[in-house]
Structure formats: C-alpha cells, structure tokens
Design a protein around this ligand. Structure first.
Ligand code: NAD
Length: 276
C-alpha cells in the first residue's frame, strides 16, 4: 500500500493517513470513498452522526478491495451513550456499513457532565471482546477524561482522535497520549482548509519543495507521528493528499510550522460540548 502504518497499543496496524467524510452527504460519500479507494486510501473515517455510513459501505463493497486490507472507523454519537444504547447503536452502524466488524470504534465526544462515557466504554470493551471491533478508542477526550476512563476500565484506548493542526497543536494531549501509548489522530488536519493553507510560512515551505500547502501540512503531521484523515470530495485533491510519502520536510521547516501554534480551536471545546 501507498501509506505506511503505525502500530497501535494492541499490536494492530493502522494506516497513518486515511480519508475523512464529515459533512459529505450519503450519495456523495459513496462517490468520494470510491475515488479515495481507487487512489490508494485504505483507511476511512466516518461516524453515525455523519449519516453517510450507508454510502461509505456501498463504496467499500463495490471497490473489490479485500476487507482485511481496509481500516474502517466509525463513531458512537452522543445521544446513544450508555451501555445498552451503545450496543444497539453499534449494531445499527455495522448494518449501515454492511460489515461484520469495524477496525476502530470511537466514542465521539466525552460529554463529561453527563457522566456516561465509562458505561459507554464498557460496552465498547464487550464489542471488542466479541471481535466486532478490532480496536476501540475515543475522540475529543481531554487528558483528564482519559485518566478517569483508564482508572475505571481495563482496555487503554488505542486512539484519541482530536482537533489538531498547526494553529492548535495540542502539545499537552500529545504528550499524555505518548506516555499512555495512545495514538494521536488529527481531525481537521488541514484546519478545514480555511486560512491555514494561505499562511505565508506554509506557502513558502510549499514553494521550496515544489508541493502544495496541504501536502506540507500533512507532512508536518506525519513527521510528528500523528495519524491524519484529510477530507476532500475533489478527485485531484483526494489524490494530492495521499501523495505525501515521496518527500520530507527539513528540520527548519518543521520548526517553522511548529512556531504557528495559537491554541485556537475551530470546533467545540470538549469540556462543555453536549449536543445530543
Ligand atoms: P480537513 O482539515 O480535512 O479539511 C478539509 C477541507 O480542506 C476540504 O473541505 C477542502 O475545503 C479543503 N482541502 C482538502 N484538501 C485540500 C487540498 N489538497 N488543497 C486545498 N484545500 C483542500 O477538515 P475536516 O473535514 O473537518 O476533518 C477531516 C476529517 O476529520 C473529517 O472528514 C472527519 O472524518 C474527521 N473529523 C472528526 C471530528 C470529531 O469530532 N471526531 C470532527 C471533525 C472532523
């Protein structure tokens, strides 16, 4: 495959670069995932709340790519947190995907005030034990949420998927994950493409290497060890975003991008995000 893997804390390999489908309607997701699989992506990141598990599953089925070569992630939505409701929501996600297991199942948000993520994760441990998810993990968990989870349960999450890009570098979380053996997966790795890809320092590095700003930002993540899941529905960009394993940023490029941190979120603060 085009994309090298990282090894999760359970020994399972996960491609370091995958394809995200947030905000892509179901029928369009089917086309986009098909294009991504054609371009060589093997990891797909969806979620129950994206309402495109069906289209994602159709593209997977039609692709002819062997199931064991794929790494499919989906996420439990907030309204389904709790032990029994999680088991039921997981069945629905698998059914929509048309799969008999997922590679990674994530709790989408901690919702710490609800106090249900421990029970939810216990259902995840059951799903893992039954072989219906090969790995389990979380998303948008702050170190304090992970600490509580790790104290109260037996399987250390394989992955924490968090908002992470040059304007929000998440040093405290990355350090805590490294201590615990949790892989850091970056959502909105391109900062949603907004201002980030026009930042002069990034544009200059792109010109120096004869690459695009998006490729430079993805390289920065990869060289730090982050898993990335850039999203695009444009075939040329889907191709461009996976063509990042044939060049390297120099130490001074890495330092220049690391100097862009502003601790600025695009998305919600996990400490008080409750939407059901
Ligand atoms: P992203 O950082 O991947 O940016 C995507 C946008 O950047 C595209 O819509 C396009 O406008 C632009 N873009 C993409 N490739 C480009 C290129 N080569 N050149 C120029 N512009 C380009 O943002 P995202 O979609 O928010 O995040 C990626 C994935 O992360 C999502 O699809 C989803 O799977 C996941 N995610 C998870 C959570 C969570 O709470 N767990 C939240 C948001 C996103």
């Amino acid at each position: 495959s085009k994309v090298p893997p990282i090894i999760l804390n359970n020994g399972i390999e996960m491609p370091q670069l995958g394809f995200g489908v947030w905000q892509v309607p179901d029928d369009e997701a089917e086309r986009a995932v098909a294009t991504a699989l054609e371009a060589g992506y093997r990891s797909i990141d969806t979620a129950a709340v994206y309402e495109n598990e069906t289209g994602t599953g159709k593209a997977i089925a039609a692709s002819g790519v062997a199931r064991e070569e794929l790494f499919v992630t989906t996420k439990l939505w907030n309204s389904a947190q709790g032990y029994d409701s999680t088991l039921q929501a997981f069945d629905e996600s698998l059914g929509k995907l048309g799969l008999d297991y997922v590679d990674l199942y994530l709790i989408h948000w901690p919702m710490p005030d609800k106090g249900t993520y421990i029970d939810t994760y216990k259902a995840f441990e059951k799903i893992l034990a039954d072989g219906r998810a090969k790995s389990i993990g979380v998303s948008n968990f702050l170190p304090e949420h992970l600490e509580r989870l790790i104290d109260a349960t037996s399987v250390i999450p394989a992955v924490n998927q968090i908002e992470l890009h040059p304007h929000l570098q998440q040093r405290a979380s990355r350090e805590y994950h490294a201590e615990q053996g949790i892989a850091t997966e970056a959502w909105s790795p391109l900062g949603q493409g907004k201002g980030l890809l026009e930042v002069p320092a990034i544009v200059a590095i792109a010109q120096k290497h004869g690459r695009s700003p998006a490729q430079v930002v993805l390289r920065w993540h990869l060289q730090l060890g982050n898993v990335v899941i850039p999203k695009s529905v444009t075939p040329s960009r889907i191709e461009e975003n996976i063509t990042v394993f044939d060049f390297e940023l120099d130490p001074e490029d890495m330092a220049a991008i690391s100097a862009l941190n502003e601790d600025r979120r695009i998305g919600p603060d996990p400490a008080d995000f409750h939407v059901a």
